[in-house]
Write a protein of this length. Sequence first.
Length: 219
Amino acid sequence: MNYDKKNADYFSNIRLDLIGLIHKDVKNLKVLEIGAAYGETLFYLKQNGIASEAVAVDLFEDKNNKQNYKQLDNFIFGNIEEIELNQYNDYFDLILLPDVLEHLIEPKPVLNKLKNYLKNDGQIIVSMPNIRHYSAISKIFLKGDFRYEQSGVFDYTHMRFYCRKNIKELLETSGYNVVKQQSSIKSYQGKSFSKIINLITFGLLEEFFSYQYFFVIKK
């Protein structure tokens, strides 16, 4: 995967949408993030007392922008499909998977592996893009174009594509219980077009206007 071709801003992003799914009263969690990029989200969690320990895993080490990496408890560079983190067995209260599974060749073995690192009462927060979004439908069916892009639903590093029900099936058939699922529409700020359409159609067209989905899962 040519992650070295990505712009630096691809790796700089605090995932407030995922953070919003963490219970407001929870503090001092041990948190693992797969696909942590520069560690912006984990650093935010530590700075705000949500995480007492933050461990990052990322496939790509951006050696040209080392100054962008945040100071965390541990930063591991490697392919989560290949590496083992046995030192963290039954360790984490929370694992973050922000738009990661669609980049993997085989996501199920990774989901099975992560069970080992999660405490029995721990949770995983997953976000994944929705190929059923109207922009994808327009591009494919109206324009006849499946060209890959730098980022987004057609990110050229994506290995797989999912609709909401396929994400749910992937998680459940990997042995997880879905605690919560949420459309990205709910995290849109202000009076967005998608939010308004979703409201006036009573959610019937939600899957066409949701750019991604969030799932909270447990063992």
